[in-house]
Design a protein around this ligand. Structure first.
Ligand code: ZN
Length: 381
C-alpha cells in the first residue's frame, strides 16, 4: 500500500526540484527532497501496542443515527446518536435508516447526519426508503437515490409481518427489490433490500413469495430482528438454509427477553451449531431505534432506545460465554455485513482494507482504542 515514486521534477505548483513522492493508499504521505539522504524509517509514524489484541472495526448494518420511531407520542422520540458515543462503540461502519417514523424524520436528515459522523472519522452509509411503502426518498425514486447519492447503498428498513408496516403485497416487494437491484448493479453498490421483520406469524413468507414468483433471488433481501421471537428465529434458520441472509438484533431489553426474544449471542451460537455458514449471519445494533413494548392487543406499553455499544458487547458474549471461535464471531459482527453490503474494504484487516480497528484492553473484553480510516478516534480514559 506504500509506493515510492522516485526522481520527479515536481511542481506543487511551486517548483520543488528533484523529489520523491511517497504514496500511502490514495494520498501523498510525504514529499522527499531527492538531493538529501533519507531512509523510509524516518517517515514512519510508529505506534507500539505491545502485543495487545486487534480486531476489525465492527460493521453495523442497522443504526438509526437520527433516532428511530417514537411510538406512544412525541414525548417518546428517541434521540440522535452522538459522535462521541459512536466513536467509543467499536463500530466504525454504520448504515443508517429511517424507522417507524418516516414522516417527521427524513432522508435529507439521514444524509446530513451521515456526513456529520463521517466528518468525525467514521464511515457512514444509509438506506433510502422507509418502513412503509411507497418508500420515502430524497431524489424522487429509490433507484435515483442509490445511483446519485453516495451514501445510499440500498433500501430499507422496509417492514414486513408487522402491524406498523404498510402490509406490502408480493408485487410491491418485487418491484421495490427490482428497482434497488438494478440501481445497485448500475452504481456498483449492493442494492440490498433491508427488511424489518415483525412478530406476525407470516414471518419471512413475504420474501419467499417474491423469490418464488419472480427472478429476484432470496439474497436480495436482508432481514433483521430474526431473534425477536422463538418462532421467527426458527423460520430464520430455515430461511438461511434456503440461501437467505439473517441478521440478529443486539440491542435488547428485559421486557423483550421476557417476551421470548432469543439473546443475540445465543442466536449466533444456535445458528452456527445448526450448521448455518457464518457468511449468512450478521449482527446489528438497531441503535437509537425505539424498542417499543406492545401488549397482546398491540397496545403500546413502553419504550427503550437501542444502543450502538451492544454490538461489541454481544460479540464478547459470543466469544466468552458461548465459546464461539473468534474468527466466526468476527465474521458475524463485521465481515458478513460488509460482504452483503458490498463493502470489500470493510470488516477485515488485510492488505488494501481500510484501517478501521479496535484495540482490546489487556486481559478483559473491553475497548482500549478505536482507529478509523487510519486515525485513532477513541482511547479509553
Ligand atoms: Zn426494525
Amino acid at each position: 500500500m506504500l509506493t515510492l515514486v522516485k526522481n520527479v521534477q515536481l511542481f506543487t505548483p511551486e517548483p520543488r526540484g528533484l523529489c520523491h513522492l511517497l504514496i500511502a493508499a490514495h494520498r501523498i504521505a510525504a514529499v522527499i527532497d531527492a538531493t538529501e539522504a533519507f531512509h523510509l524509517g524516518s517517515l514512519i509514524n510508529t505506534v507500539d501496542l505491545e502485543g495487545r489484541r486487534v480486531i476489525p472495526g465492527l460493521v453495523d448494518p442497522l443504526v438509526h443515527y437520527i433516532g428511530g420511531g417514537g411510538e406512544g407520542g412525541f414525548g417518546n422520540r428517541t434521540a440522535e446518536l452522538s459522535l462521541e458515543e459512536a466513536s467509543a462503540s467499536g463500530v466504525t461502519t454504520l448504515v443508517g435508516a429511517l424507522g417507524t417514523d418516516a414522516i417527521t424524520r427524513t432522508p435529507a436528515n439521514l444524509i446530513g447526519k451521515a456526513r456529520e459522523l463521517a466528518a468525525g472519522g467514521l464511515t457512514t452509509y444509509a438506506y433510502t426508503g422507509s418502513y412503509q411503502l411507497p418508500p420515502v426518498t430524497l431524489t424522487g425514486t429509490v433507484a435515483s437515490d442509490i445511483l446519485y447519492i453516495p451514501e445510499f447503498i440500498g433500501v430499507g428498513e422496509v417492514a414486513i409481518s408487522d402491524h406498523r408496516g404498510s402490509q406490502p403485497s408480493t408485487h410491491e416487494l418485487t418491484r421495490l427489490a427490482a428497482d434497488a437491484r438494478t440501481a445497485g448493479l448500475l452504481a456498483g453498490k449492493s442494492g440490498i433490500v433491508f427488511i424489518h421483520t415483525g412478530d406476525a406469524d407470516t414471518h419471512l413468507e413475504p420474501l419467499r413469495s417474491v423469490a418464488k414468483q419472480s427472478a429476484i433471488p432470496l439474497k436480495q433481501f436482508y432481514p433483521t430482528h430474526i431473534n425477536r421471537t422463538p418462532e421467527l428465529f426458527e423460520d430464520g434458520l430455515r430461511f438461511a438454509r434456503e440461501g437467505g441472509l439473517i441478521d440478529f438484533t443486539t440491542s435488547s431489553t428485559p421486557e423483550l427477553l421476557a417476551g421470548g426474544e432469543v439473546p443475540a449471542s445465543e442466536a449466533v451460537a444456535r445458528a452456527l451449531s445448526a450448521g448455518i455458514d457464518p457468511a449468512r449471519i450478521s449482527l446489528s445494533s438497531d441503535a437509537n431505534a425505539s424498542l417499543p413494548q406492545f401488549d397482546e392487543h398491540h397496545r403500546f406499553v413502553g419504550l427503550k432506545p437501542g444502543r450502538l455499544r451492544s454490538l461489541f458487547e454481544v460479540l464478547g458474549e459470543c466469544i466468552n460465554e458461548h465459546q464461539i471461535n473468534v474468527e466466526s464471531a468476527l465474521r458475524c459482527a463485521a465481515t458478513s455485513a460488509a460482504n452483503t453490503l458490498k463493502l470489500p474494504h470493510k470488516g477485515r484487516l488485510g492488505t488494501g482494507s481500510d484501517a478501521d480497528f479496535i484495540v482490546l484492553a489487556e486481559g478483559s473484553w473491553a475497548i482500549d482504542q478505536v482507529w478509523a480510516l487510519g486515525k485513532s478516534i477513541y482511547a479509553a480514559p
